[in-house]
Design a binder for this molecule. Structure first.
Ligand code: ZN
Length: 447
């Protein structure tokens, strides 16, 4: 295998970033110069934890052609090529969806670097390039145009960050420094804005920001191993579904997404008008018909399956950031491309006990509704519901942090929301058709 060392370095860097919670699901990617005309880069829509050096792709800088690697190179390869071409002295270009810097991109303005040590790593001012969709040549061009010799970090509006360094280690240190600078910015603004905020939201935001450490950043919500998609059109029996559901339950618990007594998780049994329901504090798996009525959890899950033919799994429960959203009481806008693509529009938070209103909101096609302190999450498959829940938590966190600062928040432009929404609806249609034929649809993992 050619470029073995560079490929192994890419792999090690990815794992270190995922460990720190900087990649958020499958978002973010790493490019390292392999020789004067090649760089090694992560494959697109990756499961970082099952990846090997052989999966890492090699791309030629001069024509951006992929010359090695079994998978398709990251959609942001063009962006990395532009960065490495503009900065010939640098060996590493790293792109992340790190939480606090991503929240900062919602403000859409440059960041003045205050800390002396951080200035050395990042440069005096970090520009924020205007919005362009993820993975497009336009985004690559916007970043390439912003590159300056003494600026080592770049923010991308409603998206994330790119750090450039002599090597992976330096780029990683820049990432941590950037997260810390963004946290310091928000800390100061949130303190100024405290009068306008609910005390619990204020405390949550301050705690979160204070725990960001620029030298040894601890993961706030380490993503853990992302879930693998199921194969296309798998037929699943009721006992297989129960097995899958127990599996999903354990994964949720490991991520702290399923441990309140009031939480519930269910999965459709393809080919039957039935679903299986589990709770965190019981090993029972109840099978219930779609016709189940009533105001209990089973009745609510049944109503969701009746109205959403594409729903393969439903997760209901409260989490820190969705509860904070409920407390604020405003509608979360569409802030990131992946949110538009996989979650869609989320309605205004609905008071507890108003199941009908929640159903009405979900009927409009979004995959999340805020109901009292809980969020109701739909996915076409159990894998997708895991990813949607994690993605939404990230979006809610970015929104609440930016909101608490009192700054005006930028949204993904309407035309980009429309494009992503069209793809989401297509997936949902395909899932509904698959279930109607008695089969579990494809995982639909990729952006
Ligand atoms: Zn990205």
């Amino acid at each position: 295998m050619r470029f073995q060392a560079a490929r192994e370095d890419v792999l090690a860097t990815c794992l270190a970033l995922a460990e720190r919670g900087y990649l958020a699901g499958t978002g973010g990617n790493v490019a390292l110069r392999a020789d004067s005309n090649h760089f090694a880069v992560t494959p697109s829509a990756t499961d970082y934890y099952s990846m090997t050096a052989a999966d890492i792709c090699v791309v030629r800088l001069s024509d951006k052609k992929q010359v090695e690697g079994e998978s398709k190179a990251s959609v942001e390869s063009g962006l990395h090529a532009g960065v490495l071409l503009a900065r010939p002295e640098c060996g590493a270009s790293v792109h992340t969806h790190q939480p606090i810097a991503s929240a900062y991109t919602l403000i859409g303005r440059p960041l003045e670097v205050r800390d002396e040590a951080h200035r050395a790593l990042l440069g005096p001012t970090i520009p924020c390039v205007g919005y362009a969709r993820s993975g497009t040549a336009k985004l690559a061009t916007r970043v390439a145009r912003a590159i300056e010799p003494d600026t080592h970090a770049y923010l991308m509006r409603n998206h994330g960050a790119v750090c450039v360094g002599t090597d992976a280690d330096q780029a990683m240190r820049s990432m941590a420094a950037l997260e810390s600078e963004c946290a310091a910015f928000f800390l100061a603004r949130t303190a100024d804005n405290s009068m306008k905020l609910d005390a619990s939201v204020h405390a949550l935001v301050i705690d979160t920001l204070e725990s960001v450490d620029g030298t040894a950043y601890q993961s706030l919500e380490s993503a853990g191993p992302p879930d693998r998609p199921r194969k296309r059109g798998v037929k699943a029996t009721a006992s297989e579904i129960i097995e899958l559901l127990r599996d999903a339950k354990e994964r949720f618990r490991a991520k702290g997404l399923f441990d309140d007594a009031g939480d519930s998780l269910s999965m459709r049994i393809p080919g039957h008008e039935e679903f299986v329901l589990v709770f965190p504090d019981s090993n029972d798996a109840q099978t219930r018909p779609f016709g189940k009525k009533g105001n209990d959890a089973a009745g609510f899950h049944a109503a969701i399956y009746r109205s959403r033919k594409d729903a393969g799994a439903v997760l209901i429960g409260s989490t820190r950031w969705s509860s904070a959203l409920a407390t604020i009481g405003t509608t979360i806008p569409v802030l990131f491309d992946e949110q538009a693509r996989h979650i869609g529009k989320t309605g205004k938070p609905v008071n507890a006990g108003r199941n009908r209103r929640v159903l009405g909101s979900l009927e409009r096609g979004g995959n999340i509704a805020i109901h009292g302190e809980e969020r109701v999450c739909i996915g076409t498959t159990p894998d997708r519901v895991v990813l949607n829940a994690e993605l939404f938590e990230k979006c809610a966190k970015a929104f609440v942090v930016a909101y608490a600062s009192g700054h005006r928040i930028q949204k993904v432009p309407g035309w980009a929301r429309l494009m992503a929404g069209g793809r989401l609806r297509k997936d949902q249609k395909r899932a509904a058709e698959s279930y109607a034929a008695g089969r579990v649809p494809q995982g639909m993992n990729a952006y």
